[in-house]
Ligand binder design. Structure first.
Ligand code: AMP
Length: 197
């Protein structure tokens, strides 16, 4: 069985950390939509030029653009065995991806949602200080951080409802250290793998 995983949560919730651990444990390719978009911007590609103003403002890049850059990355993988971090950020993205995978004889295995309060995210930023500043990122200004939280708050509800209804949502309490969160996610994925046998 292939594992086609997605992980989302508010910006700064630790989803990249979890995605990397999951990828390592299950031998998956880790892709971050934010990083892919930042790479396009650094490369000065057409996609990057179009995406830049959205990233700087902390708002979501249009669905079609995000989807196109992502498909370019999963095509070489045969559309399987990946964990995509930061996608779907809109319900439309989730539905398009679900249909797209189906068309390619794959399925949307699971959406992991890291539930972290904005208060916890701000506390982590204060605690980590400069270490939090990713030198590759120009969108770590207080304005962009607040805008990203607003974008997330406005779009996450319908995404969760949709995948919950399909039994494909794993909502995990992310207001905890890395290890217990990872343990819970592993239990859930192992369960999926057992059921599919
Ligand atoms: P992240 O690295 O996940 O915090 O994402 C950084 C920025 O990239 C976001 O603020 C958006 O502008 C853009 N972005 C990342 N993922 C998506 C997505 N799935 N849909 C639209 N925009 C995205």
């Amino acid at each position: 069985m292939s594992l086609n995983l997605f992980i989302v949560g508010p910006s700064g919730c630790g989803k990249s950390t979890q995605a990397k651990l999951i990828a390592k444990k299950y031998g998956l390719i880790h892709l971050s939509t934010g990083q892919i978009l930042r790479d396009e911007i650094s490369a000065g590609s057409g996609f990057g030029l179009e995406a830049k103003s959205y990233l700087d403002a902390g708002t979501w890049v249009p669905d079609n653009l995000t989807f196109d850059v992502l498909v370019n990355k999963i095509k070489p993988l045969g559309y399987q065995n990946f964990i995509i971090d930061g996608f779907p950020r809109t319900l439309n993205q989730g539905r398009i991806m679900e249909l797209f995978l189906k068309k390619n004889n794959q399925s949307f295995s699971l959406l992991i949602h890291l539930n972290v309060t904005f208060a916890e995210i701000l506390a982590r930023r204060v605690k980590m200080g400069d270490e939090f500043q990713d030198t590759d990122r120009t969108d770590n200004t207080p304005e962009a951080v607040t805008a990203r939280q607003k974008s997330y708050d406005e779009t996450i509800g319908p995404i969760k409802d949709y995948f919950k209804e399909k039994g494909k949502l794993f909502d995990v309490d992310g207001n905890r250290p890395i290890e217990p969160i990872f343990t819970d996610i592993v239990k859930k994925i192992d369960n999926l793998l057992v059921k599919s046998k």
